[in-house]
Ligand binder design. Structure first.
Ligand code: SF4
Length: 333
């Protein structure tokens, strides 16, 4: 059966990952999964290790100031995940003294846990049967069954096929190993551009084996052209070399992070203009471009100087608070 061959292959050897150890707790697995969304394993490992040094338990994480969490997350991107991570830790400590539930409905009731994260926690932390479908699994299943409906509409058919395989006896008897094995197969064998079909352990079950078009699955809808937005940021420095920064709101895109004053770089969002400081001079420092998931941005960077910046907004360049990648780019220009 599919799961028998898959498990035999996985048990012959796989990449070591700290959160795949038998000793990994639900806290470790959940933390890793939050970090792994849209991010590679190689990029996550140092962040994961640093987080656990600072917050060895969920109680440490829940008790930490938001600033500290954002600081440690800095550079990992998609900052909303850090806000949700902290909110989830607090909710768990409040509701269950930090114990992770194992029922799907209880997991889904926690901040930031969607169907995928709930399933992977159930399977890999509690060794309970679950239909774990991440991007890697989606690719394997779409190729195996040659699912013709483009994503995202094809996700339903892919999940249904994945559920059938996850119900096989060996998969049900080893949910942790099975989930990890299927994700590993997608990332190491059934890769996006050059799947290793000739050595694939489940080639006998795959309808795309020996088809030259395997890489055209999963089918994707034609991409919409992203809207393009332009804005200005001001790099204001004072006589001591301090930089003017302001903090973003506690909710929404890049919540809590600090940024330069700007003319409104998010489409439809208001400008947060430089304060009425007596700007002594200003000059154009150049432009940067950045692509978000839903729009492209061209940012004009303007330098200006003032005598003094109010204390609450003045930061020395070597002691900057958490900043988004966009603002780091603007400061580096
Ligand atoms: Fe992927 Fe090729 Fe294996 Fe099919 S045979 S699952 S396309 S690697």
């Amino acid at each position: 059966m599919f799961s028998t061959d898959l498990l035999a292959w996985y048990q012959r050897g796989h990449r070591p990952m700290p959160w795949r150890d038998e000793s990994a707790s639900p806290y470790h697995i959940w933390l890793a999964e939050m970090m792994l969304q849209q991010t590679t394993v190689a990029a996550v490992i140092p962040y994961y290790q640093r987080f656990l040094e600072h917050f060895p338990t969920i109680h440490h994480l829940a008790a930490a100031p938001q600033e500290e969490v954002m600081h440690l997350w800095q550079g990992l991107g998609y900052y909303r995940r850090a806000t949700l991570l902290h909110a989830c830790a607090k909710a768990l400590v409040e509701r269950t003294n930090g114990q992770f539930p194992n029922a799907e409905s209880d997991l889904l009731a926690l901040p930031g846990l969607g169907p995928y994260t709930a399933a992977v926690v159930r399977a890999t932390a509690f060794n309970l049967p679950a239909n774990v479908v991440d991007g890697n699994v989606e690719r394997v299943i779409a190729r195996m069954y040659r699912v013709e409906t483009p994503l995202p509409a094809g996700k339903g058919a892919i999940r249904a096929h994945a559920a059938t395989l996850a119900a096989e006896p060996d998969a049900r008897a080893n949910p942790r190993l099975y989930a990890n094995a299927l994700m590993e197969l997608g990332s190491q064998v059934c890769t996006p551009k050059a799947p290793l079909c000739l050595t694939c352990p489940v080639q006998g079950f795959c309808q795309s084996f020996q088809h030259p078009d395997a890489t055209t699955y999963p089918k994707k809808s034609l991409k919409k052209q992203l809207p393009h937005h332009t804005a200005t940021v001001w790099r204001i420095r004072d006589a001591k070399g301090h930089i003017y920064l302001q903090q973003r709101p506690a909710t929404g895109l890049l919540a809590h992070l600090w940024e330069l004053p700007h003319s409104g770089w998010e489409p439809k969002a208001p400008a947060i203009l430089p304060p009425p400081l007596p700007l002594e001079n200003g000059w154009d420092a150049g432009t940067i471009t950045h692509t978000f998931t839903h729009f492209k941005l061209t940012l004009e960077v303007v330098d200006a100087t003032v005598e003094a910046i109010p204390e609450a907004h003045a930061f020395a360049p070597e002691a900057l608070p958490p900043l988004s990648t966009l603002m780091k780019k603007a400061l580096r220009l």
